[in-house]
Structures are given as C-alpha cells and as structure tokens.
Design a protein. Sequence first.
Lengths: 83, 190
Amino acid sequence: MPMNEREQLLLKIQQLHFATVDLNLYLDTHPACQQALRDYNRYTQELMRLRQMYEMKYGPLTNFGYAPSQYPWQWVNEPWPWE
Amino acid sequence: MWIYEKKLQYPVNIKQKDLQMAKFLLAQYGGPDGELSAGLRYLTQRYTMPTGKSKALLTDIGTEELAHVEIIATMVHQLVRDASPEELRKAGLGGYYTQHDHALYWSDANGVPWTASYVQSQGDPIADLHEDLAAEQKARATYERLMSLTDDPDVIDPLRFLRQREVIHFQRFGEALDDVQFNLNSPKYY
C-alpha cells in the first residue's frame, strides 16, 4: 500500500522509537554500557526532532502537556492508531 | 503516570477480512499468556522488586506490553470490522457477536473471559521473575502457532514483530534474574 507523507514520517518515528525502546530495556540491565547509552541519546535526539516536525504538521502525538495544540484542540482529530 | 501516544508501536494495515484468524488472535488479547496478562503481571510485580534495575525493567516491559495489547486489538478490529452477523456466526463468533457485537473484549480464542488468576504476584523476586520468563516463552510459542494458521503477510508481519519481542523480553528478564540473585547472595556490610 503506497504511504502518504504523514504515514512515511510516522513510520520513521516508529522506527526510531523502537530503537529507543529496545535500547532502554537493554540499558535497564546494562546501565554501565557506554555504547548503548550513546546510541540511546543519539536516537532520542533524532526522535525528538522528528516528533516535533510531525506534531507541527499533523497535530500532537501525546497529550497531557507533552505537546502543544493548535486551534481547535487537535487531539480529537482522526485517524486513531487502530483505524 | 502514563502517557498515551497516538501511534502504534508497530504498523498494522490489514486489508483482508479473516474472522477465523481474529478468533485465534484473541488468545493474545485476553488469554492466559496474552498481552494484557503480561502487562498487568509486570506492572503489579514491580512494587516488590528489590533493585532499581529490576523495578525499571518491569515498569518498562509492562508498559511495552500495553502497546502490544493495542497492536493485537487493532489486528482483531481490522480483521472483523466489515463482517456481517452471518459471517461471524459461520466463523464460530456467533456467541461473541451476541454479547459484544464488533467490540473488543478480553476473552481467549475459545471465548473464555480474562481473569486475574492468569497472573501471579508472589512478592518474591526470584519466583516472580521465573514466572515472567515462563510467560514470555508461552507467548512466543503461541505466536508461532498463530503464524502457522495464516498466510496473510499483513497478519504475519506484526505477529513476527511481537514474537521477537517475547524473545527479547525473555533475555532481559534472564539478565535481571541473574542480577537479583547476585544481589541477594552478596554479603552486606554495615
């Protein structure tokens, strides 16, 4: 299925987010691994950059004060992830 | 505190209706070794873990499991969303339709509702981590059986991802168990 621009950016965010989740679990049992920590911080930086880019264009990915919203309140916009 | 993210952890785009497969997938939604059991198991056991590392790991894997609950729910939802009552009945989901229509509900593949007795919380980190290791292997084996029940790549792809996460979680729980055992065995000096 061909992806639109939003879906392509979201996929990149999902990929980066996955890297941070997996490294996070690894660091939980290897907190002194410098290489994993370096990778975690690098992916986190890049993830924050892409997340901000996405949220400016398509609305917030998180609520409860973790991302601002344009008017009108964008959190209610579809599609939801299961759609 | 938890934060919801308006995205799936892994993409799900199922185009082909498959009611039988939806029924089977319920095993990992509301079954004994499903994602809901996993998430709740780790998130309730974490309070009596003995080290910062093990508290972090159970919090984080428990949280990831909630994202897996959402992936399975999305798969079931997309597999049944266009189905008529008659189609659901033919797929063995007539009883499910009677009680839940097209809604998601925590049962296993045989319609048995989820129960908290699927989860143990002993307050003994060695016992709890052993349960967690077993749970990951049971979920891995279930995913392999689910993958052998379909040839739809849209279904197999997320199942492969979820299966792989069971393997990783097993690995991390094993490391946590080693670490907890080491800590419990080391002499304390005051």
